[in-house]
Every structure is written in structure tokens, then in C-alpha cells.
Design a protein around this ligand. Structure first.
Ligand code: GLV
Length: 324
């Protein structure tokens, strides 16, 4: 009997082909499996699931998957998968660490540059035919050289952001569950800040690069936003719910902070309506890992975990299994 794999929506074709060399593969339609009920309907037929971060792989789904052996999330973040329920059901979970750090860090810098230098606003102005010659007083933004970036979450992506920021003449502070190795702090000239509150107070730019957990949910709330300097920029390429979006919209409209560059939102694909009208805000539709190279690498890493588990490879030899 050939194993059956469900990929919840179309992904890079060569990844699908790779899985098809080994298994019987079904690919859902875009949007088809964004809710629990749709997954519950079919999950009993599959040995492996390759979901997007937009598919809720809940305990109900996992328990209904009576032949399910592995869930390989097409993302590094796996807050959409109930890890404890998977463990209890003996289902292995994989994610895609490493391969998207550089593209995600590029996106964080793109949002920072766009926000600090009002690139989108300036482009709109030009497209609207308003450019009437060089203006000494228009579109004045924040100079990055000499500023301080606070990085919340110094994992792979946080480090990649720090390396880039350093190249722009930005000093690095960071807050993380654990302090990173001395060598890395030295390489990045990074200062460890034990309290998130202090990071918020000292940073001209606050970059969120942490996973979404119970601890980080709404870590950036109204109180934390008030601690940020009024010129400070918030960059979020992590997960929307790390920020209380209502409070952020309020802070932007009231001028409590200087601007925000956001790639992720609390209720994706919804975007808080007051963010859409907020000043100095650059918003992108969760594209941090969207490069040809990275999306292929994400798919291959997820596919390899499925191949490994279904072929009976020992866990230690599957580098991207999530262990809790
Ligand atoms: C994208 O958001 C990811 O977690 O890979």
C-alpha cells in the first residue's frame, strides 16, 4: 500500500513532484483547508499532512487522523499545530528552520527602510503626479546610521536581521529567553537586555523576531507601546498576535510611536481597519519568506521530513522534527 500525503494547497511544483516519486499525493485548492472542519473531513485518509501556516492543525484534526504519522508544516513557525496533541497521538511534527532566515531578515530590512524613508508614501505622491521638483522639506525620514535597534527574539532570523542592521550603522540591543553565546554578542556588538520593557524604552527601531507562544502573545501591548520613544518604528515579521493590533493602531494614530512596518497580522488575512488608515505604516501580506529560493527550500525541507518519517528513518536523522 502506498502512503498518502495531503498538501493543503499548491506549492512549488518540484516539491510536489519529489513527494510524488515516493507517495500518492493530493494537493488541495488554495483556501480549501483554512478551517478545522475541512481538514476533519479528509484527514482520516492520509498518512502525512503538509499544511500551510494558515491551516489549523488542532487536537481534533490530529485525533481524527487515525493513520496520520507526520505533519510537516510549510513554515518555521508552528503555532498553527497543536504540538502536545500531536505528541500524545504519536504523530511527528516538522517545521522548516534555517532556510528562511535570510529572506525573512531581508523583508524586515525592506519594511524598515520603507517605513524610515517613507518610500511607499513618496511613490504614491509621484504616481499621483504631485512631484514638482526637488523639495528640501518633503518626506523627511529617520536616518538609520547611528540608531539603535532592539531585537525581540535572537534566534536565527533575529541574528540575520542584526547582521544586516549592523551593516547600516545601527547598534544592536536584544531580548531573548536566553542570552546568546558571547562570540555572537561580540560579532554583532549586541547588548543583552534582560527586560523587554527596557528594550522598548531604548530602541529607535523594535524588530519582532520571536515565535508566537503564550508568553509572547500581545507582548507588545498598549503599555509596551507607551514605553517606546515617540519617533520609534516597530517592525513585525514574526506573528501578528505578538502585537495587540488595536493598541498599535491607537498608538500610530495618536503619534505615540513613529511608524510601523508589518508583514503579519492578528487575524490574517484580515487587517485591522485602523491600521489601513494609520500614518507611517507599511503593510505587506505575510511575504517575508517569499523568494523563489526560499519557498523551494521550505517545501523540500518539509517534504524530506515526510519522506524520512514514512520511510522509517530514525528521528535523530531528521533534522527538522519539532521536539518539545
Ligand atoms: C512564516 O511565517 C514561517 O513561519 O515560516
Amino acid at each position: 500500500m502506498s502512503y498518502r500525503v495531503l498538501i493543503t494547497e499548491p506549492i512549488v511544483e518540484s516539491v510536489i513532484q519529489k513527494l510524488e516519486e515516493h507517495f500518492k499525493v493530493e494537493v488541495g485548492e488554495r483556501g480549501q483547508f483554512y478551517d478545522e472542519a475541512s481538514l476533519l473531513e479528509v484527514i482520516g485518509d492520509f498518512d502525512a499532512l503538509l499544511p500551510m501556516l494558515s491551516s489549523p492543525v488542532t487536537d481534533k484534526v490530529l485525533n481524527a487522523g487515525n493513520r496520520l504519522k507526520v505533519v510537516a508544516n510549510h513554515a518555521v513557525g508552528y503555532n498553527n499545530v497543536d504540538i502536545e496533541a500531536a505528541q500524545q497521538a504519536g504523530i511527528k511534527v516538522a517545521n522548516t528552520p534555517g532556510v528562511l532566515s535570510e529572506s525573512s531578515a531581508d523583508c524586515a530590512m525592506a519594511l524598515l527602510l520603507a517605513t524610515a524613508r517613507k518610500i511607499v508614501e513618496a511613490q504614491d505622491f509621484l504616481y499621483e503626479g504631485k512631484f514638482d521638483g526637488w523639495d528640501p522639506l518633503s518626506f523627511l525620514g529617520m536616518e538609520l546610521n547611528g540608531k539603535t535597534m532592539g531585537i525581540f527574539g535572537m534566534g536565527r532570523i533575529g541574528k540575520a536581521v542584526a547582521r544586516r542592521a549592523k551593516g547600516f550603522g545601527i547598534s544592536i540591543l536584544y531580548h531573548n529567553r536566553n542570552r546568546v553565546e558571547k562570540e555572537l554578542e561580540q560579532e554583532l556588538d549586541a547588548e543583552y537586555i534582560p527586560k523587554l520593557e527596557t528594550l522598548a524604552e531604548r530602541a529607535d527601531i523594535l524588530s519582532l523576531n520571536c515565535p508566537l507562544t503564550d508568553e509572547t502573545h500581545h507582548a507588545i501591548d498598549a503599555e509596551m507601546l507607551k514605553r517606546m520613544p515617540s519617533h520609534a518604528l516597530l517592525i513585525n515579521t514574526a506573528r501578528g498576535p505578538v502585537v495587540d493590533e488595536e493598541a498599535l493602531a491607537e498608538a500610530l494614530h495618536n503619534g505615540e510611536i513613529g511608524g510601523a512596518g508589518l508583514d503579519v497580522f492578528e487575524e490574517e488575512p484580515e487587517v485591522h481597519p485602523r491600521l489601513l488608515t494609520a500614518p507611517n505604516c507599511v503593510l505587506t501580506p505575510h511575504i517575508a519568506s517569499a523568494t523563489h529560493e526560499t519557498r523551494k527550500a521550505i517545501g523540500m525541507l518539509a517534504a524530506n521530513a515526510i519522506i524520512g518519517v514514512l520511510d522509517g528513518t530514525p528521528d535523530e536523522q531528521i533534522p527538522n522534527l519539532v521536539h518539545v
